[in-house]
Design a protein around this ligand. Structure first.
Ligand code: GLY
Length: 409
């Protein structure tokens, strides 16, 4: 009787419902995804992709937005798990909307956009037209590479930075590596390695935490500034940025088998794990006021014009997207790490996934504007997108579940 009561209590605590297999959790989540995404699909125009749901309104982005590949990508992942022919039709239709994005493209996120949509489509169907889009995406991204800096340029020159590279950009290397493997074109892999090596040298502090933005001098390749755009302050660690680093270096190890990338991914993992709250879903910035390692509100480099005001006692917002990205990366990292550490990484992923699949984070059917996860943060400083669903949170959550099932069950 006593053990039954303890089990019942554990089931009610997010992250502790370990009696239930992840397979059952995945069945429930993917069934929810079919219902939610069918509703989302029904209301999209041919020029739009969904980003979030805020103040009772679904917010759609243009096809050139960095997030535009995640809805088609999520549909491919749902099709992969369920085999549902209606979802396959939706995935093809939503992917086809991106046929023109190479021509309209002006930033580094062509990798995110093309890989999650056409990349998954190619992996699951072998459609040669999807491969052509991947090749075109890699070529477009390669056009942003500077051999002097050793990186692809993230954002175009602006008021604050001339040649900014953001840690997020590690994610865009995946399309370069994939296309290099698929076509034998070494140029793309050389660019991906150069970008990863330069990032390894300049983006990390000694404890493997990251600066969000490193700005370079385009003429000499010298580092000009190390700052933040979306984190709490220049010296804080924005949790989604850290999760891009974890995922990006794990992915680069998968693609190259260069041990330096695995070593870096593991250092990032060891930085992250003690920072996580009990339920595993990170706060939006590991040093945000109110967190275990909080900086004060006047920390050096905290954006002065920030709309973010926090008073003691206020809740600290979580970022479910950072949690989902980390979970997916931790599962993959566990496959490259034998023994106790690999088990620890997998356990960490499981803890995050169970919390994200709990009613605190997972939307009930018909709610949340058709998205799956609640409680994401886009940019707390500009107060754009705070405590909201995010299309990329859904994508990496589904990917993490699929990866977990492949590895652990
Ligand atoms: N790459 C943009 C973001 O993570 O918000």
């Amino acid at each position: 009787m006593k053990s039954l009561i303890i089990a019942a209590i554990l089931l009610l605590i997010p992250g502790c419902n370990s009696g239930k297999s992840i397979k059952k959790t995945a069945d429930m989540v993917f069934e929810r995804a079919v219902a939610q995404f069918t509703a989302l699909d029904a209301r999209l125009s041919p020029e739009q992709m969904p980003i979030t749901f805020d103040n009772g309104q679904v917010k759609d982005g243009k096809l050139n937005d960095w997030t535009s590949g995640f809805f088609p990508g999520s549909l491919w992942l749902v099709y992969e798990y369920t085999g549902n022919p209606d979802i396959l039709e939706m995935a093809k239709r939503q992917t086809a909307k991106l046929d023109g994005i190479i021509e309209m493209h002006t930033h580094h996120d062509i990798g995110f956009q093309v890989n999650s949509s056409f990349g998954n489509g190619y992996r699951l169907t072998g459609n040669p037209a999807y491969l052509e889009m991947m090749k075109a995406g890699a070529e477009k991204l390669a056009g942003r590479f500077s051999p002097v800096v050793g990186c692809t340029r993230s954002w175009n020159p602006g008021k604050r930075w001339n040649f900014p590279v953001i840690i997020d950009n590690m994610m865009n290397l995946e399309i370069l590596a994939e296309v290099s493997h698929l076509t034998g074109e070494e140029k793309y892999m050389d660019i991906a390695r150069s970008h990863a090596n330069t990032t390894l040298k300049n983006h990390f502090r000694p404890d493997a935490s990251t600066w969000h933005v490193v700005a370079y001098d385009e003429e000499t390749g010298a580092v000009e500034k190390k700052q933040t755009s979306q984190g709490f302050s220049d010296e804080s660690t924005w949790s989604r940025g850290e999760s891009w680093a974890l995922y990006g270096f794990t992915m680069m190890y998968r693609e190259t088998k260069d041990p330096a990338y695995l070593e870096q991914a593991r250092k990032v993992a060891e930085f992250i794990i003690p920072m996580l709250p009990k339920d595993g879903v990170p706060e939006w910035d590991f040093n945000a006021p109110g967190t275990k390692h909080a900086f004060d509100m006047n920390a050096v480099g905290a954006p002065k014009a920030s709309k973010f005001k926090w008073r003691p006692g206020d809740p600290v917002l979580r970022d479910s997207s950072a949690g989902a990205i980390m979970a997916s990366a931790f599962v993959e990292l566990s496959t490259f790490t034998p023994g106790k550490d690999g088990k620890r990484y997998l356990k960490c992923a499981e803890r995050i996934l169970r919390t994200l699949a709990s009613p605190e984070y997972l939307a009930a059917e018909g709610e949340n504007g058709g998205f799956l996860l609640k409680h994401g943060v886009t940019n707390l400083h500009s107060w754009s997108g705070v405590d909201i669903p995010l299309t990329y949170a859904d994508y990496y959550f589904l990917e993490a579940l699929l990866r977990y099932l492949r590895v652990a069950e």
